[in-house]
Design a protein around this ligand. Sequence first.
Ligand code: SF4
Length: 230
Amino acid sequence: MTDTITNPIEYPEITQQLSENVILTTVDDIYNWAKMSSLYPLMFGTACCFMEFMAAYASRFDMERYGMIPRATPRQADLLITAGTITMKYAPNLVRLYEQMAEPKYVIAMGACTITGGMFSVDSPSAVRGVDKLIPVDVYIPGCPPRPEAVVDAIIKLRKKIANESIQEREKTQQTHRYYSIPHNMKVVPPMFDGEYLRSEERETPSKEIVEAMGLPLPLALPATANSQL
Ligand code: SF4
């Protein structure tokens, strides 16, 4: 019987033993292993939560040890960590970024603001009450802000989720409905502050009385009789 050594120092050699030369696995396992070991998150942050997200990448927590390399373009990213408040004005951009990301893609909602609107959920006219109204979310990280340990924990949970996926069941596990956390009746309204007021003739050309009161010469654009009624 041949002696076997676990983790030999020398380079491995081809032996006659089958178990030392062949790895048996499933397509699902090797596909999931590759996916979970090379998550590329999009560099994305809209508010204070992103400070903690950055700290998770710094030397103390070192998220790159999970094979995670932040990408500056959604075309090369497959993980979106929504770090920060999402406003209704920004919502279309978030959805566009998500749609531009490569499949299969995952989303982590980081912080109270992105989960429910957080401190803005009561009276803000602009904060989105939960990014799951816009894009499907895989893992939620509560907190305001969540610490880097919580981000690392969410990554581990996401890796476990990816490890359990099956290519055959992909159709069944994909999201088919969006479940709203808080029903609301908000309506899109046209912009109120369109700058028209600042461009009005009265503001661009001061009235004759104001010019005289300030002791300034009358502007050429201002006729002597203009704005005399103001
Ligand atoms: Fe900032 Fe807290 Fe909102 Fe995060 S959850 S973006 S820390 S207010």
